[in-house]
Design a protein. Structure first.
Length: 121
């Protein structure tokens, strides 16, 4: 068991030790790419570049909003998590056990719901 853990962790440790070398190479490639792209943009007039920057900013914001509507924003994910947790607690609620255990189940189910209500208000 211990041998498996060491063998499983060895590649991760190796990658962490070599991270600085790869990071430096990746940064160099990114910088060279960015500089070449900046040189290609020199041929355009400044007002056109400013207008393009504003247009791209608006487009990115619209895409972010659309992504949140279709896939679910953080509020939808939190609501879904609370509903799934409530269903799980209701489904597994002990009916014939002690009152103390039932109280713990209710407290565990009410806490996330209360946090969610506080977050929405």
């Amino acid at each position: 068991m211990v041998l498996y853990t060491v063998v499983d962790a060895a590649p991760v440790v190796r990658d962490l030790c070599r991270f600085n070398v790869y990071f430096y190479q990746i940064r160099q490639l990114e910088s060279a790419h960015d500089l070449s792209e900046a040189q290609a943009l020199e041929q355009f007039a400044l007002p056109a570049l400013v207008l393009t920057d504003k247009w791209l900013g608006l487009r990115i914001e619209r895409m972010k909003l659309r992504l949140g509507t279709h896939l679910g924003g953080s509020d939808k994910a939190a609501f879904l998590a609370v509903m799934v947790g409530a269903w799980t607690i209701w489904h597994n609620f002990p009916r014939s056990r002690s009152a103390f255990e039932q109280y713990l189940y209710m407290l565990g189910g009410a806490f996330p719901g209360g946090v969610e209500l506080l977050a929405w208000s």
